[in-house]
Write a protein that binds this ligand. Structure first.
Ligand SMILES: Cc1cc2nc3c(=O)[nH]c(=O)nc-3n(C[C@H](O)[C@H](O)[C@H](O)COP(=O)(O)O)c2cc1C
Length: 256
């Protein structure tokens, strides 16, 4: 089974999203899956120009010459794709949205009805990969994933496929924290992600037990809010003396 993860975080390999993807894929790999992880920020994925040239072309070719042709091949040749993104303004990042828009060439322009009678474009492919959603948000509640949950369901319908699993991590800012007090929680969460990957590889789904454990808060909300506000105060203090570049390097050091 081939699993390809597409990470839409601007922080690429250093992101909280990548932390989640890496552990999940490591678990799947342990149990025999072929896995690949792609940071979209490291690829050239230009915005869709809305020209419909791909729909007018028999083979569905896009006129934009960038990395999307090879990413589409990886998408359609996978059994499962992981669509992984941090929450930006209640949705996925622009990078992830641009990537999804540019998947238009895998669809055939003709309209057809789905099982529920709702119209969508036909598919150029007999088999589409199923989707695993991985997302993290800074805020502590599950509600911050509402839009992405619905969006991904719609995307699965549009692309003639289904969602195999969803992993949403609130207080995601903790994942790369180096604070001693959080280490045991992060270690335990890492193991859960690995278990999820292994279960998926062995049974085709994540067990109810692991799903429930993954949903539990990493730390109590008030502890997290206190930590987050303390971190921002520290950064704001830094900015008065040293500006943006220093803040960026400090964040990198905090999370590296
Ligand atoms: C432009 C922008 C918008 C954001 N919007 C939200 C939001 O709506 N809700 C939330 O909980 N976090 C929001 N965040 C915080 C990110 O989700 C959080 O920092 C996340 O851990 C980043 O993940 P990454 O390291 O994988 O990029 C936003 C961050 C940025 C930069």
């Amino acid at each position: 089974m081939k699993i390809t993860a597409f990470n839409g975080s601007q922080w690429g390999g250093k992101s909280n999203t990548q932390f989640m993807v890496d552990e999940f894929l490591a678990g799947a790999c342990d149990c025999g899956c072929r896995v690949e992880s792609i940071s979209l920020v490291d690829r050239i994925v230009k915005p869709c120009t809305g020209c419909f040239e791909c729909f007018g072309d028999k083979r569905g070719r896009c006129h934009i010459n960038d990395d999307m042709q090879s990413l589409i091949r990886k998408f359609v040749n996978s059994n499962i794709v992981v669509l992984a993104s941090p929450i930006y303004m209640d949705g996925v990042t622009g990078l992830m949205k641009t990537f999804i828009d540019r998947l238009l060439p895998v669809l055939d322009p003709h309209f057809e009805q789905d099982e529920a009678g709702e119209f969508r474009h036909a598919s150029r492919h007999n088999r589409m990969p199923t989707i695993i959603v991985i997302a993290n948000a800074h805020m502590p509640e599950e509600t911050h994933f509402q839009v992405v949950k619905l969006f991904m369901r719609r995307i699965a319908r549009t692309f003639h496929t289904s969602i195999t699993a969803e992993i949403y991590r609130s207080t995601g800012g903790l994942l790369r924290s180096r604070e001693e007090q959080f280490r045991p929680y992060i270690r335990a969460y890492k193991q859960l992600l690995r278990d999820a990957g292994q279960e998926l590889a062995l049974t085709g789904h994540i067990s109810f037990h692991t799903e429930q454990e993954l949903k539990k808060p990493l730390v109590p909300s008030d502890e997290y809010i206190e930590y987050a506000n303390r971190m921002w105060d520290k950064l704001i203090g830094t900015s008065e003396v040293s500006g943006f570049a220093k803040i960026h390097s400090m964040l990198t050091a905090l999370w590296a």
